[in-house]
Design a protein around this ligand. Structure first.
Ligand code: FAD
Ligand code: NAI
Length: 467
């Protein structure tokens, strides 16, 4: 058997690369060691987490906000088994969809661990230990990432867990201690806080979602506190121990000094993810890794071995599904002789809490550090008719524009439907729009997107209409 191209890993990077390669006429193989296709994102990441976020949000609204809308409900309860079961069904449908797309595009799927025998020979080791080999002119490594851990933490996956276990708990925790206030911590923390758990986030830095614009972290902290979250910021975790069903987390308060001690029944470790290259046999072909264990790639996402490429979480850059997808398409088109382009500055980031947080471009902190002169405009959702109608008044839109040219440099939104609203900013910025450009475009009334127009009016000449 021989292929024009083989993709190892069927996550959003890998399956998109496979489809694009097949569309471009390449004889394509996809190797996946897991029993279902779709990788982290579809199986234990984006899709199941959003399914649980949606379910828990329904419960939270029914419990806390329906009354204010004049809707009375009695004897509300959560059936966690059903909630997790619905999530599993959503995952199954989505993964089956990828299986269908592989057949539709005539992509051969090989089940098992893919590894390099040499630069043009791939070995697949199936679960039962049987081995097969085939040749491939080119290969794309899309093996993704796995949860990171601290050396002193024993992830027993029962009470001291990662996101994967947090997506299938059998009970609602009484007190979930979350180590790491990044995206997973606040999203999965929200699921269980909405269902009634006490949630405490222990974060090393002095803000949650620290890579995002500082205003977003501050605003999200306020909203999550209303949901009942507790925060232990600037805290360096020093030990995580189990005492029966209890988990004891100790840390050092980096600001005030002294020890912090927390006791809970579950501890979610969400301190980032590490690139996954185990079992690939990279040493057989001489593919180099960088100092953080990621596959080293050049500007064409080509590894140190010219016919081997790498994409997604296993290479540098944001660990996001849509970034992996763009890279999959990029490599397929590059291999086909086209000249694709990815604007990494315009890959949006979204946090699916309530309110949602979404951003694209530069943060205020990054602009300050770069010494770039900028103007700032902001608009609070509470001043918007649409937001008051639906009672989603928390949050704001913040627009950063170049001080002289007025070109939009960054848009940061915390509020209702931020995840969908950010697309307008991405389009505008891709076409290098100024804040004035958006200020002069008609936005349907009443919609949440009017907040972006108002923030642009504020950024251009401090001339918002409704503030
Ligand atoms: P992956 O999706 O990790 O896929 C890699 C695949 O390769 C896996 O299926 C693995 O089994 C397979 N594999 C590895 N080694 C081998 C081998 N040797 N042989 C064969 N197969 C192999 N991102 C977003 O953009 N939005 C979100 O809302 C979002 N939510 C998330 C929620 C959670 C809880 C988590 C954990 C992540 C989330 N992410 C989200 C991140 C997103 O899942 C990743 O960025 C994305 O899955 C990376 O895609 P990938 O194709 O690089 O790798
Ligand atoms: P993360 O990088 O988002 O956050 C990790 C947090 O842990 C950071 O705030 C960091 O300062 C903190 N931290 C690190 N070491 C620590 C320590 N020793 N003690 C206390 N805090 C510590 O990583 P997370 O949340 O694990 O997510 C992994 C990846 O998955 C992210 O890169 C993210 O892009 C992706 N993801 C994306 C989602 C989305 O797009 N909505 C949702 C979930 C995950």
């Amino acid at each position: 058997m021989s292929y024009d191209i083989t993709i190892i890993g069927s996550g959003p990077g890998g399956y998109v690369a496979a489809i694009r390669c097949a569309q471009l006429g390449m004889k394509t193989a996809l190797v996946e060691k897991y029993s279902t296709l779709g990788g982290t994102c579809l199986n234990v990441g984006c899709i199941p987490s959003k399914a649980l976020l949606d379910s828990s949000e329904h419960f939270h609204n029914a419990e806390k906000t329906f009354k204010k809308h004049g809707i009375g409900l009695e004897n509300l309860s959560v059936d966690l088994d059903t909630m997790i079961g619905r999530k599993d069904e959503v995952v199954k449908q989505t993964c089956d969809g990828i299986e269908f797309l592989m057949k539709k595009n005539k992509i051969d799927v090989h089940r098992g661990i893919g590894s390099f025998v040499d630069a043009k020979t791939i070995k697949v080791t199936a679960e039962d230990g049987s081995e097969s080999t085939f040749s491939s002119e080119k290969t794309i490594i899309a093996t993704g990432s796995k949860p990171a851990n601290l050396p002193f933490i024993n992830l027993d996956k029962e009470r001291v867990i990662t996101s994967t276990e947090a997506l299938k708990l059998k009970e609602i925790p009484k007190h979930m201690i979350v180590i790491g206030g990044g995206v997973i911590g606040v999203e999965l923390g929200s699921v269980y806080a909405r269902l009634g758990a006490k949630v405490t986030v222990v974060e090393y830095l002095d803000s949650i979602i620290p890579t995002m614009d500082g205003t977003m972290g501050k605003e999200l902290t306020k909203s999550l506190k209303k949901l009942g979250f507790k925060f232990s910021l600037s805290t360096k975790v020093t030990s995580v121990e189990r005492d029966g069903d209890e988990v004891i987390v100790k840390g050092e308060d980096l600001k005030k000094g002294g020890e912090v001690e927390l006791r809970g029944d579950y501890c979610l470790v969400s301190i980032g993810r590490s690139p996954y290259t185990k079992g690939l046999g990279l040493e057989n072909v001489g593919v180099k890794l960088d100092d953080r264990g990621r596959v080293e790639v050049n500007e064409n996402l080509q590894t140190s071995v010219p016919n081997i490429y790498a994409i997604g979480d296993v290479v540098k850059g944001a660990m996001l599904a849509h970034k992996a997808e763009e890279e999959g398409t990029f490599v397929a088109e590059t291999v086909a002789g086209q000249k694709p382009h990815i604007n990494y500055n315009l890959i949006p980031g979204v946090v699916y809490t309530w309110p949602e947080v979404a951003a694209v471009g530069q943060t205020e902190e990054q602009l300050k550090e770069a010494g770039r002169k900028y103007k700032k405009g902001a608009f609070p959702f509470k001043a918007l008719g649409r937001a008051r109608a639906s009672m989603d008044i928390e949050g704001q839109v913040k627009v950063l524009a170049d001080a002289e040219t007025d070109e939009i440099l960054g848009v940061h939104i915390i509020g209702p439907r931020a995840a969908d609203m950010i697309a307008e900013a991405v389009v505008a910025m891709e076409y290098r729009a100024s804040a004035e450009d958006i200020s002069r475009m008609s936005h349907a009334h009443p919609t949440f997107t009017e907040a972006l127009k108002e923030a642009c009016l504020d950024a251009t000449e401090k001339r918002p209409i409704h503030m």
